[in-house]
Design a protein around this ligand. Sequence first.
Ligand code: NAD
Ligand code: UFG
Length: 337
Amino acid sequence: MAVLITGGAGYIGSHAMVEFLNADKDIVCVDNLCNSKAMALDRVRQITGKDFKFYQVDLLDIDKLENVFKENKIDSCIHFAGLKAVGESCEKPLLYYHNNITGTLNLCKLLSKYGAKKIVFSSSATVYGKPASVPITEDFPLSTTNPYGETKLMIERILKDLWVSDNEWSVSILRYFNPIGAHKSGLIGEDPRDIPNNLLPYITQVASGRREFLSVHGNDYNTHDGTGVRDYIHVVDLAKAHLCAIERANKQTGVEYFNIGTGVGYSVLDIVKAYEEATGAKVNYKIGPRRPGDIDECYANPEKAYKILGWKAENGIEDMCKDAFNWQKKNPNGYEE
Ligand code: NAD
Ligand code: UFG
């Protein structure tokens, strides 16, 4: 029996594929490569020395997706595939709703039809909106501020309704905080298409001389140094959480929600300093205006994931920075030849 990994060529998916292969799981990967490159999959093979089937299929194409189910014995799914850029989702809401929601509906129809009623879904801390306090626990009120976040919240609700209608389902909703870093080998990592939106890929490009300086988006937030505070988590730790979630799904049904973070908040300036210390590189920055929609502080209480899944983050901020830098040094243009 195989685990279907949607979006396995992407940043988090490729790291999860490595962990699943290292744990001797049978996997089948589906990705339309709209935001990734096939080379990431070659690198996964190189790291693990193991092979797997890959289908370049769009989740929106239900017939082609069904072929994957016909040709393989799928019994569960890790669902990473989706579009994830907050700004783009505000410009192109229909694209985001269609891709993320319809893609998930197609997937769930087939998982149901083929009796593979176990899904681990990539949700996000964005579903907590502007939290009233920190650290955030899973029972905090939910709200969103952009179409991307709406798709995450809607999919969470769809998956819950699915379970309510059919208790054979096992649904694990993993709410990721801020994934950063890369595999220790430096063979896989985050490869943003254009100018990076997120902090770490931007810092990495400044440190390597590809960009002149980091613009710090505001220093008048209600935090220890005025810059935004987030819970950064090493992508390999995050990848491992999926293995723990699927092991649990194999044992029991239900819907469960887990924060996947470290429980520690770092400000933008803390990260700049940590990056410089960990790598010896200089990160030039200038204080700029606030970015619309940003919140002061967001970090997890990750105890539930530890208690129930037996998962906790192992890498600290130094490893996250070092590994991001190592990936950038070895692949200055990402997966471009
Ligand atoms: P990514 O863009 O690197 O990976 C997503 C993959 O899905 C890509 O390879 C893309 O080609 C594929 N994809 C998108 N739409 C598809 C479709 N219709 N059919 C088939 N494949 C499709 O993103 P990531 O950072 O690896 O994120 C993975 C998941 O985790 C996403 O659902 C994302 O929303 C969620 N998430 C990411 C973050 C983050 O900061 N990276 C935070 C919280 C949640
Ligand atoms: N920041 C800067 N300069 C930059 C980029 C970011 O100062 O060039 C700051 C932001 O203002 C924020 C912090 O760095 O204070 C982190 O910003 P990111 O864009 O890296 O991450 P966000 O917390 O804004 O959002 C990310 C994902 C969302 C996801 C959320 C929670 O982009 O999709 O984490 O998982 F929902």
